[in-house]
Each structure stands twice: as structure tokens, then as C-alpha cells.
Design a binder for this molecule. Structure first.
Ligand code: NA7
Length: 532
């Protein structure tokens, strides 16, 4: 098949890819987005497991760039569920007429930079090829699905799925014996939902996580006008907050208030919707182990109050990290699920899984017969999507090899030796530790302006300098030198993927600092980049 020629190729039609497509088309570019799935929405297309929903306030997670979309779309819940979220991204795709430039069912398997032509050539599964001056990766930080390394997974005769590869047809768990492996943000959502209907639910937990109540509620029709009127304020809050959320750290130290005052503050945050208990708490819970121990003790007490059997509560209380050092799963009656007769918890630290077999899961203790196994075992996060495409830059250099000791990037957007490739929400990008669509908009707008600048100056090639890349990489590690985030074994550190170098994959400086740096780079004529 002859090569198709575009000005820009976008890999992925999730939240980032959709918005980037819209913006580049506005510049008059001929753009093609390639998407593995058969629909838009990325993470909200793939993660259709029971119970999947936002942990960000719906209205803070939506696109903010179009008044028309903001006006026309009504969120029905403060934290909306997957089906509504997927409908939203389809609504946006229709509204902006995006589908005509998206090729679905098209997985990009390889990409190479043609240095004499300053072009990228991408290859789609099946052999089709296409070329463009720019390649923009919109792979999503949590898209490379990770099954556990457990023997015998394929030998199971019942049904089994990874949560991020869930079937489109609804699954009925009534009368079924279900096993869930994994208790991260996904596992928690799925467990509390499946517990409602399964005949028997067995949770296989490796390490417990510190979970906190989501406190979701419906948004009534009567509330819509006031909510919509508050959008400018909501987005301003997000722009100014560390994590792009409506929640902002309390900049007092935990030790500036009396124990009674802090207890009252924790109680209030625990009862409020969303991430406030984590990201609206005293800032030093994230840097000072003594401060962290105080909130950790508060959450542990809550778990003990909510779980009737003290032995089960004890298994559900993490022993290896403090509250907030990993992504906090948000829950709705998650702990109460363990008070139900149909729910059993297996502590894999005491009785590890030996293998999956035809009829279920065999632990060191006993055989657990199952009809259905749910793998909520996460992702090869942030860099995994890049590893699964054979990306080759100048002189055939492989991106995966370049990153074998951890990512090297400038602004989390470019890599030396990979000219004209822009990464949206790439490793070490400010969008990684963020209410992601907020920071995606920043990424996309910055890349769009950069390409506009190149067009205006008739440049055909942009590449970051090694000095800028080294300085950024050092800076990223510096942003977390005092942070407790690096102390826990989470996907933030690549620690959940066997064989992956343990290193911080996100950006720890916060949204405002990242935005300021990107703006400064642009204002200085794209300092740290060579254009020609
Ligand atoms: P996570 O947060 O990476 O959680 C994966 C879970 O799966 C976690 O509890 C793991 O235990 C568990 N796991 C992984 N491998 C195994 C094996 N081999 N045996 C048993 N249990 C295992 O992924 P999620 O999908 O929940 O969340 C990812 C992000 O999506 C989340 O942070 C949100 O931002 C949205 P472990 O922790 O390693 O003890």
C-alpha cells in the first residue's frame, strides 16, 4: 500500500489525541489520528469494568476550551461513571467532527524518523504505513495493560478479563463465584460493585492501599445552572492548584494546629467529596514522615471502625507505606463490603497464589474454585505505551533503549535524537501528576503554539538539546527529593512492573510551576530546542 502523507500524525484518540487533533486542524494542518480501539475516549473507552468512574469532580475533568460544549453537556453525578464518560467523549467527537480524521482499529506498532526528509513514518498493525512531519504521541500514561506473572492464567476454564480490556456486553455476576486480583484504585472500584451481586467474591490482596470515601452524589437539574455559572471559578482553581484539582494543599504545617483542630479538619475532609483528604490536606503529610504518620493513624482508625472483623481490618490496613504515598483509591462502601457474608479477603502476603488452574486459583493454603476472575493488576505505567511501539529516532536509535535507565526528556515533551516527536503526558511531564485533562489542555496548547511558531518561521525540524534534557531530568528528580511519593513501591516509581528500573516517572513540581516553565521556554523563542 502506498504511504499516506499527512502534516501531523497523532497516536491515540483519547482525551489528549482528540484535543490535539482539533487544535492542529485549526492551524490548517492535514492530520490523521490512529487509534487501537473502535471508539474515542481512551481510558474511558477501555476501562469499562463494573464500577469504573471518575475520582475527579466531573465538571473539573471535562474539556474547558469550548463554551459550547460546557454549556450543552450536563453531568448527572459529581463523580460520573464510565458509561456517561464515554458518552461525553463521543458527544465531543461529534460536536467537533473529529471522527473523519481518526482511523480506528489501527494500532501503531512502529515509528521511525526519516532524517533526510525530517518526517516520521508510522506503521500500523497489518502493514499500512503513513508519513508526516510531526508525530504526536497521545498514548495515555495508563494504557499498557499488565497481567500478573502467575502461572496457568490461560488454563482457567471460566471467564477472565483484565479490567482495562473489559467486554462491551454487560456481565451479570448473579450466582457467580468471582475472584478479583488487585486492590489499587481499579480493584477497589470493581470490588465494591461486584460485591453487590456476586454469589461469592474472593479478593486476592497483595498489599493493602489507603482508601478514602468518594462521597459521590447526583447533580439535579435544578443545580445545573449554578454549577455551570461556576465553571470559570472551577477552572481557575484547577489552574492554580498543585495537582490541577479543585483541591488545594493547606500550606500550614500539620503541627501549626492543635491535635483537636487537626482531628476536626480530618473529619471534615473525610466527609467531603473527592481527593480533599489527600490533596486538600496539610502539605507536609507528603514530605514529613511524622506529619504523615498522623493522617495515616486517622485513616487506620476509620478502617477499624468500618470493618467489623478486626482481623480483616488488620489485613486491609497497609503496613508498607503511609497514607498518600501512593495514589489514594477513592471508595464508596468499599470497607463495608468486607462485612458481607459473600465477600472473603485473602492475604497474599501470608498465602501467596501458587497458580491459576482450570477451576480457579490455588494459593499456598487452599484451592478457591471460581467462575470468573477479574485482573485489576494495573499497567506498565507512563513509559509502557512507548515501549510497546518500536520507536526509532536519528540513526535508528531505539527510544526504549534510550530510556533503559529511566526516562530522559525535556519538559516531558521531547527527547534528544527524536526530532519532531512531541509527547503529550509523556514521562516527566507536568500532566502526569495532575487532574489529567487540565494538564492535557496545557500540553496540547503548548505543542500547537510551538508548531505554529515553526510554520511561521518555516522551520522543518525541532529537537531538544542534550543540555536542556539533562537539566530537566535533574530538575524532575529534584522536585521529589523531599517527597514521600518516592518511598512507596507504586506505579509512580515504575515499581509495579517486573524488571523496570525504579525511578520517578512523573513530575513533582506541580501544575503551576510546570506551566510557568513551559511558558518561559516559549517566550524565550523555545529555549532548549534547536529549530531548523
Ligand atoms: P495499580 O494501582 O497498579 O494496582 C494494581 C493492583 O494489582 C495492586 O493492588 C497490586 O498489588 C496488584 N497486583 C499486581 N500484580 C499482582 C500479582 N502478581 N498478584 C497479586 N496482585 C497483584 O493499578 P490500578 O489499575 O488499580 O490503578 C492504576 C491507576 O489508574 C490509578 O492509580 C488511577 O490513577 C487510575 P501491589 O500494590 O503490587 O501489592
Amino acid at each position: 500500500m502506498p504511504n499516506q502523507q499527512f502534516d501531523a500524525i497523532i497516536v491515540g484518540a483519547g482525551i489528549a489525541g482528540m484535543y490535539q487533533l482539533y487544535r492542529l486542524r485549526e492551524l490548517g494542518l492535514k492530520v490523521r489520528a490512529y487509534e487501537t480501539g473502535d471508539g474515542v475516549g481512551g481510558v474511558w473507552y477501555w476501562n469499562r469494568y463494573p464500577g469504573a468512574r471518575f475520582d475527579s469532580e466531573s465538571y473539573s475533568y471535562a474539556f474547558s476550551f469550548s463554551d459550547e460544549i460546557l454549556k450543552e453537556w450536563n453531568w448527572s453525578e459529581r463523580f460520573s461513571g464510565q458509561a456517561e464518560n464515554e458518552r461525553y467523549y463521543n458527544f465531543v467527537a461529534d460536536k467537533l467532527d473529529l471522527r473523519k480524521d481518526i482511523q480506528f482499529n489501527s494500532k501503531v506498532t512502529a515509528a521511525r524518523f526519516l532524517q533526510d526528509e525530517n518526517q516520521w513514518e508510522v506503521e500500523i498493525e497489518g502493514g499500512e504505513k503513513a508519513r508526516a512531519r510531526y508525530m504526536i504521541t497521545a498514548l495515555g500514561p495508563l494504557s499498557a495493560v499488565q497481567m500478573p506473572r502467575i502461572e496457568g492464567i490461560d488454563s482457567f476454564k471460566g471467564e477472565y478479563h483484565h479490567t482495562a480490556r473489559w467486554p462491551k456486553t454487560p456481565v451479570d455476576f448473579k450466582g457467580k463465584r468471582v475472584g478479583v486480583i488487585g486492590t489499587g484504585a481499579t480493584g477497589v472500584q470493581v470490588i465494591q460493585e461486584v460485591a453487590k451481586t456476586a454469589k461469592q467474591l474472593t479478593v486476592f490482596q497483595l498489599d493493602a492501599n489507603w482508601c478514602a470515601p468518594l462521597n459521590n452524589s447526583r447533580i439535579t437539574d435544578a443545580e445545573q445552572p449554578a454549577l455551570k455559572a461556576s465553571y470559570p471559578e472551577v477552572f481557575k482553581k484547577c489552574r492554580e492548584s498543585f495537582g490541577g484539582f479543585v483541591h488545594q494543599f493547606d500550606m500550614r504545617s500539620i503541627f501549626d494546629v492543635t491535635p483537636e483542630e487537626r482531628e476536626a479538619i480530618f473529619e471534615r475532609l473525610y466527609a467531603e467529596p473527592g481527593f480533599g483528604i489527600w490533596l486538600g490536606n496539610f502539605h507536609d503529610i507528603m514530605t514529613d514522615e511524622k506529619a504523615n504518620a498522623i493522617i495515616t493513624d486517622f485513616i487506620a482508625r476509620k478502617i477499624r471502625q468500618r470493618v467489623k472483623d478486626p482481623a480483616v481490618a488488620d489485613i486491609l490496613i497497609p503496613k508498607d507505606h503511609g497514607f498518600g504515598m501512593k495514589r489514594v483509591p477513592m471508595e464508596t462502601k468499599y470497607y463495608e463490603a468486607y462485612n458481607q457474608d459473600n465477600v472473603k479477603l485473602v492475604d497474599l502476603r501470608k498465602t501467596p497464589i501458587e497458580r491459576v488452574n482450570a477451576t480457579g486459583i490455588k494459593t499456598s493454603d487452599k484451592q478457591c474454585d471460581l467462575d470468573f476472575i477479574i485482573y485489576a493488576t494495573g499497567f506498565d505505567a507512563v513509559t509502557g505505551g512507548y515501549k510497546r511501539i518500536d520507536i526509532r529516532g536519528v540513526d535508528g536509535q531505539s527510544l526504549s533503549e534510550r530510556w533503559s535507565d529511566g526516562p530522559h526528556t525535556y519538559l516531558g515533551m521531547q527527547v534528544t535524537g527524536f526530532p519532531n516527536m512531541f509527547m503529550l503526558v509523556g514521562p516527566h511531564n507536568g500532566a502526569t501528576f495532575c487532574n489529567i485533562p487540565r494538564c492535557i489542555e496545557q500540553n496540547v496548547e503548548w505543542v500547537t503554539d510551538c508548531i505554529k511558531y515553526m510554520q511561521a518561521h518555516n522551520y522543518k525540524r525541532i529537537e531538544t538539546t542534550l543540555a536542556a534534557e539533562d537539566a530537566w531530568t535533574d530538575h524532575v528528580y529534584d522536585t521529589v527529593k523531599d517527597s514521600l511519593l518516592t518511598k512507596a513501591d507504586s506505579w509512580f516509581m515504575g515499581a509495579n512492573t517486573p524488571g523496570k528500573k525504579r525511578t520517578f516517572l512523573l513530575y513533582g513540581g506541580g501544575g503551576p510551576a510546570y506551566r510557568a516553565k513551559c511558558d518561559e521556554v516559549a517566550a524565550k523563542g523555545y529555549e532548549g530546542f534547536k529549530m531548523q
